[in-house]
Design a protein around this ligand. Sequence first.
Ligand SMILES: [Zn+2]
Length: 218
Amino acid sequence: MMMVPAPPTPLAVALGCPWCGCPSNPSPSVQTCAGCQKRFTLSAGPALDAAVVPAPFHPASPRIPLRWSAVVTYQFATLEPPGIHAGTLDPVMALSPIEQTSIAYGDVVSIAVWRKLGIVDCVVAVLVPLPIALFCGWIAILIAFSRVPSFGAAAVFAAIALAMGALAVYLFRRGVVIGKRKARVVGRWGSSTAHVETSPAFVDELFRRCGIVRPPVP
Ligand SMILES: [Zn+2]
């Protein structure tokens, strides 16, 4: 691969709100942006704060890979022993990177973490399991209280209603409580944003290897 020297990342990017880019300061707790009022955490990395010392390099540190789909391609981020590799995978096999950024843990200027509502999960919950649950629950009540009640049929509809209700709760929980978590890592020479909701271990290890005390989840 051709190595093109990257220009240094402007400090305004590293110290910007991950939602709108408004200037903000690193803080150990969750903060609300002065510009867009949205919540996030911003932590100073070793390249910004001399008090932050990355964990010593260990060649046998486990690789922690993460993959998520963009519209057509797959994006990836992997914690390697010396740093984080992230980029886009080829659209056909989703195996080899077509674009890649590497950031050594010691070069991390800042890490921002934020959470978006999982809109697709919420919309699916409202459109599919919730109406089925309500409809089957209603039918179960109608059958149970009809002039010729059939408790077997009522039980079947009640069971479908409960199962679909549980599915709706699961989807709402995944969409609202867990949400779409993202971590933006800004290095001296480049930055990368990973979708981290599927791997809490990735975030834990990222902060640990950079020597940053892990902030609470926004
Ligand atoms: Zn903002």
